[in-house]
Write a protein that binds this ligand. Structure first.
Ligand code: HEC
Length: 122
């Protein structure tokens, strides 16, 4: 292989690597979102799966729109602390939304054996 062909191959490889890196940066990742959700403490109030707790409302299974979530997180007018961009970037919020959307809805009461045995509430 001569030097020109080699240089050309390296250039193409470099460009391809750059494109892959860019694609990874821009597309939201549920896995990263889950890690961020835990790292910045969302789970402390909203539960590890965003199911809600006494300290924070349920964020799943009816996850608000990415825009609604982003604007709420930035301003947080109520009891929730606001997260500025320095702490949580827009990309990280998109990751969190992607994560919340992967959380399945809770099982129906009928699908839980012990509850079927106990029968319907009276
Ligand atoms: C200290 C507890 C606490 C932490 C930490 C917290 N939240 Fe909240 N969050 C709340 C409470 C309480 C509410 C209900 C509204 C209110 O009183 O502020 C809320 C509301 C929300 C809402 C609006 C829900 C709706 O139905 O409109 C979203 C979205 C949200 N939180 C996302 C997050 C995310 C994402 C994080 C992490 C970046 C986070 N929260 C961290 C307590 C918290």
């Amino acid at each position: 292989m001569n030097a020109k062909v080699m240089a050309c191959a390296l250039l193409i490889l470099g460009l391809f690597g750059g494109l892959v890196a860019m694609a990874q940066e821009v597309s939201p990742s549920p896995r990263r979102g889950q890690q961020t959700f835990m790292r910045v403490g969302c789970h402390l109030c909203h539960g590890t799966n965003g199911q809600g707790s006494g300290a924070g409302s349920a964020l799943t299974p009816n996850t608000p729109s990415p825009e609604a979530i982003a604007s709420f997180i930035r301003t947080a007018p109520g009891r929730m602390p606001a997260y500025p961009k320095e702490v949580l970037s827009d990309g990280e919020i998109a990751d969190i939304v992607a994560f919340l959307r992967t959380v399945p809805p809770p099982p129906s009461v009928d699908s839980i054996r012990i509850l079927r045995i106990l029968g319907p509430r009276k």
